[in-house]
Design a protein around this ligand. Sequence first.
Ligand SMILES: Cc1cc2nc3c(=O)[nH]c(=O)nc-3n(C[C@H](O)[C@H](O)[C@H](O)COP(=O)(O)OP(=O)(O)OC[C@H]3O[C@@H](n4cnc5c(N)ncnc54)[C@H](O)[C@@H]3O)c2cc1C
Length: 225
Amino acid sequence: MGVSDPDADRHRRHSMVLIPFDTPGVSIERSLPVFDHDAGGGHSETLFENVRVPKEHLLGEEGAGFALAQARLGPGRIHHCMRAIGMAEKALRLMCERVQQRVAFGQPLADQGTIQAQVAESRIAIEQARLLTLKAAWLIDTVGAKGARFEISAIKVVAARLATTVIDRAIQTFGAAGVTNDWPLAEMYGHARTLHFVDGPDEVHLQQIARRELRGYEEFRTVDS
Ligand SMILES: Cc1cc2nc3c(=O)[nH]c(=O)nc-3n(C[C@H](O)[C@H](O)[C@H](O)COP(=O)(O)OP(=O)(O)OC[C@H]3O[C@@H](n4cnc5c(N)ncnc54)[C@H](O)[C@@H]3O)c2cc1C
């Protein structure tokens, strides 16, 4: 995606073009691991030097890049959320297995009240996130991605927090083993951490939600900004 007309309206400036990797002028400079892990693969610094492709490689119309990106973002974001919930489920399962097996100070970790609280908090948070995801999905189906954008923003923030929080708890219950590559938790954490950025940083989603929430309360302002 690139700027094709810098003078156009800001929503019509970009276009998307498909560029096969073997096109002359395309080179992968380096891959970009996340916390030294692959994080799903496919992320790299890529150089495009005097690359030419037939005009049929244009996706949609010239100037439609922003609209195409927006069309993909709503469903794309909720897809991240579903994967985040799956990661949280896996982390909780690993945590439960571990605390049943691991004996410290004479008793299984599972018998410790603080561990039980973390298991319970994780289950509650997963169920909350799942319900909000289902609501956002239902809205996408019934009123479309645009009408569901605030719920999509909300679940994008919630699901990223859920995944990093539950995976972090699982790492803690594993002790030092949790941060090694003997278990998948460290890699899962790196992946989950990216969800706080990808498809919009948390702050931007919070800003969108706050703006909608504050709309209608302008009459209470005492000073103009
Ligand atoms: C593993 C991975 C995969 C990715 N895959 C893709 C992909 O497939 N497609 C794609 O387009 N991008 C992808 N990204 C990039 C991602 O979308 C960007 O990182 C993200 O949009 C944030 O942009 P930035 O990194 O330039 O941060 P910046 O825009 O520089 O923001 C830096 C920080 O500033 C803060 N900030 C930014 N804006 C605001 C605001 N309005 N209010 C308050 N605080 C703010 C936030 O804390 C933010 O994290 C990927 C990133 C990672 C790590």
